[in-house]
Design a protein around this ligand. Structure first.
Ligand code: ATP
Length: 239
């Protein structure tokens, strides 16, 4: 696999007001890779994604995609550079149908993206079958699928930031979500995956970082981390 870096986060610090949350954090996401960022509750995983997306600006350090500096840009400008973020809460509109949810996402950018619906429906047949179903009545996995489809509308995306896609899902559904992430990756979408479910993330990922109280404490291939039971238990509480 290519190791050409797509995203480079270099020595960033991030604060919420007076509270210092990320410390000298560096990570690299290679083009075409799935990279997992794992760690316990409150370690700073979401804050890392928010920093990349420009939602919580960094106070130090640099973030680059394809060599372009991102860390001084507004979130919508970062989105235009091909990065899309799916927050933990998924943000689908429960009282709207699948089609209406997609329509809203399609019209939120500068160009009308309705013509891309066919592609999206071809990519997510389950959504195609449920075009007229209210999103709130779909399973958690289907809602996650819709959230991913929405994130792919708008400016072309080559880097997806996923925050806990497995959260609240039954194990069988987690496997379905993992399959979707794998398929997207096969279509040349690079993925930075934040997960509490370390095993799920590491089974999918090429490389992994472990975050502990705002610092990267381990970096290796995902397989190496997964095979190291001591580290899995020590850092992640996985027995
Ligand atoms: P989880 O897995 O529980 O979502 P996480 O690893 O994503 O955790 P973050 O949500 O990034 O962790 O939180 C990191 C730290 O920053 C925590 O101590 C949290 O309390 C704090 N924090 C998060 N958001 C804010 C905020 N808006 N204002 C102040 N502190 C915050």
């Amino acid at each position: 696999r290519a190791t050409d870096p797509l995203l480079t986060v270099d020595s960033i610090d991030t604060h919420y007001g007076e509270s210092h949350v990320l410390f000298d954090l560096s990570l690299t996401v290679g083009r075409g890779d799935i990279v997992a960022l794992v760690g316990r509750n409150g370690a700073g995983k979401t804050t890392t994604l928010r920093s990349i997306m420009g939602l919580t600006p960094v106070t130090n350090g640099t973030i680059r995609k394809d060599g372009d500096e991102l860390h001084r840009l507004e979130p919508h400008e970062i989105r235009k550079r091909g990065i899309s973020w799916i927050p933990e809460e998924r943000r689908v509109f429960g009282s709207l149908t699948v089609e209406e949810n997609l329509r809203l996402a399609a019209h939120s950018g500068e160009d009308d993206q309705t013509e891309r619906f066919d592609e999206i429906y071809a990519q997510f047949p389950r959504l195609d079958e449920r075009r007229d179903q209210k999103a709130g009545t779909m399973s958690g996995g289907e809602q996650q699928m819709l959230a991913i489809a929405r994130a792919l509308l708008g400016p072309e995306t080559d880097l997806l930031l996923l925050d806990e896609p497995s959260e609240g899902l039954a194990p069988q559904i987690v496997d379905d979500v993992a399959d979707i992430i794998r398929e997207l990756n096969e279509r040349d979408v690079t993925v930075l995956l934040v997960e509490q479910n370390a095993e799920m993330a590491l089974e999918l990922a090429d490389r992994a970082y472990v975050l502990e109280t705002g610092e990267i404490v381990h970096e290796s291939t995902a397989d190496q981390l997964l095979a190291d039971r001591e580290m899995m238990e020590g850092y992640l509480g996985v027995k």
